[in-house]
Design a protein around this ligand. Structure first.
Ligand code: GDP
Length: 207
């Protein structure tokens, strides 16, 4: 279903956003966490979201259409040290307004590098997001970079820390390179976007 996703538009200012009324899932994370790679593998398209070599180059909210009125929204990466203060400010105004007021927003995927989870900025973002009560699901990405034991250890540590934050938050290990646990992420998004599953032909019987 997500394979039909196409880029629709970028919004650099509030008036550029699509009209309310659909269902959206937003993707956020530090620059370089693998947000573009995640969108690409999720939609089965190598170049859907640009995987940029300059972290934080994407300064816009990018809307990708999954099907009519169903959207994935790529938010600018945070924590890009080289961006000017003015630019950081513009991003955060637009992004925080979007996250805190958007009625169409049905869920947020927050991506972290499994080797450096819950960095101070991630914690700030989480503490700000949790009271908004928007369904939240965290990916511990780049799991292919560490062994299975280390993945599980980090998973449990992050799970514990999240419990302390009092949020009901989904958590999984993930790799945008190998597709590890891609099915879990797909299920979360299909549920949030209320995508209609195509019936399996083997279970369809003529009446
Ligand atoms: P963005 O800035 O968050 O959009 O991150 P990108 O998707 O551009 O990825 C940043 C870098 O991390 C690129 O070099 C990617 O190839 C790499 N990367 C992203 N996801 C993974 C992953 O799951 N495993 C590995 N090993 N590298 C990844």
């Amino acid at each position: 279903m997500l394979r039909q996703t196409t880029f629709n538009k970028s919004a650099a200012a509030w008036q550029d956003l699509l009209p309310e009324g659909g269902k959206e899932v937003a993707f956020i994370g530090r620059s370089n966490c693998g947000k573009s790679s995640t969108l690409n593998i999720l939609c089965g398209q190598r170049k859907l979201a640009r995987t940029s070599r300059t972290p934080g180059r994407t300064t816009l909210l990018n809307f990708f259409q999954v099907e009519p009125n169903r959207w994935l929204v790529d938010l600018p990466g945070y924590g890009f040290a080289r961006a000017s203060a003015k630019l950081q400010e513009t991003w955060s105004d637009l992004v925080s307004r979007y996250l805190s007021t958007r009625n169409s927003l049905n869920g947020i995927i927050l991506i972290m590098d499994i080797r450096h989870p819950l960095m101070p900025l991630d914690q700030d973002v989480l503490e700000w997001l949790i009271p908004l009560n928007i369904p939240l699901h965290i990916l511990l990405n780049k799991a292919d970079k560490i062994g299975y034991g280390a993945q599980q250890k980090t998973f449990l540590q992050v799970k514990k820390a999240l419990e302390k934050m009092n949020g009901s938050i989904g958590l999984q290990t993930f790799s945008a390179h190998t597709g590890l646990n891609l099915d879990i992420l797909q299920n979360v998004i299909e549920t949030w976007l209320d995508l209609h599953k195509t019936p399996d032909p083997s279970t369809c019987h003529p009446r």
